[in-house]
Design a protein. Sequence first.
Length: 234
Amino acid sequence: MRDWLVHRQMPSPNFNARELPVSMIVLHYTGMLSADEALERLCSEEAGVSAHYLIDEGGLVTQMVAEENRAWHAGKSYWRGITDINSASVGIELVNPGHEFGYRDFPEAQIEALLPLLSDIKKRHGVSRSNVVGHSDIAPARKTDPGELFPWERLARHKLAIPSPRPSLRLGFDNDGAFYLALERFGYDITDGPAAVRAFERRWRPERITGEIDGEISALLFELLLQRDAGKAR
């Protein structure tokens, strides 16, 4: 870790040993009213939650857990066959009140601090762009963060995430069952089908979230799988 990427250390007691190598980065919003409130919770032994980093709305980066340790940020979750997401990931919290307390755009200073931090973590651990995910991607039935206002396309322009495809053809799937199997193949937990669809939309079609399968999201998923199978999702 380059020292200039982190502005302060506030160690959290909430961590343990990893059982898997880092292969993912999970982005969250705090869903709390202030940065101080979020830090207090993430460093509270009683709360029992933590993340490796927190970035406030002014761009201040705080490290709470060393990357070699397993922070407790993902909860019950799943991505591409992995169920111990905490062991396999670095967790970054972005201060934002979230959908419950007045969800709003992520400020420029916050994203400007995130980009180099994310780039550094991604390079050091060899994380693929397709494994830079949101909390809602790994826990679709429970979580909506970082939400539809998060600037995924900006991350994609910096090669830090996969851009949303623009399919030239409306190729899709024969039926809903085939779509769900493809969604699971891409990485999502489909136990709650509509929730998985909403999570997919929140990430890949944030302007319209319905929880219903349609031709547009079918084409998006089809194209994403083509790109992944062609090795273009690194």
